[in-house]
Design a protein around this ligand. Sequence first.
Ligand code: HEM
Length: 234
Amino acid sequence: MSNLLSSSIGKKLLMGLSGLFLMMFLLVHLTVNALLLVPDGGEFYNAAAHFMATNPFIKVMEPMLAIGFLVHILWGVKLTLENQKARGNSRYASGNKTTGVTWASQNMLVLGITIFAFLVLHIAQFWVKMKLVGDPRLEGIDITIGGVSTHVENAYALVNYTFSYLWVVIVYIIAGVGLALHLSHGFWSSFQTIGFSNQIWRQRLSVLGSIYAWVVGLGFALIALLQYLFYQPV
Ligand code: HEM
């Protein structure tokens, strides 16, 4: 195992696999949060949030998600520093531009740090309040799920209130663009690392990756912006 991790492909494999796992999480997270835009006073969103908070499978996935983020962040920093050290000044030696090298691919660490900074704020705004310290806005309400009246946390009220601040929305837009750029390289790169790429698929994955990256990144940003503009605090 330690041999695999110290080999060049082994080092990238951990980044690629954790990246793929996080990309699946982002898709689920975006889908649930898109329900914030259903104009029903948050009933559908609260039902989905209740499902996510009580489903045993999701409960098992939560610590795995935390581990996935930790591995991806710590390993990413380590690999970038190692690569920079190995390259020395050679990255500045030639003025020629290598084809296929994008701005995003050369700035994955900076983009990653931007996303991490956003995550610290994001977890404090929502997860800490919902799971640890509470918030008066979360006070339980009764909604109907499958014809049955159910008492749930008012997650919608907390999110809706948070997005009533312009500075918060601006932070989400900046993070969304950073995330899109990070994913636009990370998507095809992780598929390439697990060996799922060749001449034909390289091109296809690059297009698919761009679509995925911008839908996810701008999707989150748009949800925050539309909440701010059109959904009055409840
Ligand atoms: C419109 C934008 C977003 C909204 C409304 C939103 C909402 C939420 C909420 C309400 C929670 C707490 C859920 C709970 O603990 O039950 C949460 C947790 C979390 N969010 Fe977001 N989120 C958004 C964007 C993002 C983005 C862009 C990322 C990653 C880059 C992200 C990563 C996470 C993570 C890792 C957690 C903790 C794990 C979890 O509880 O599922 N979120 N988010």
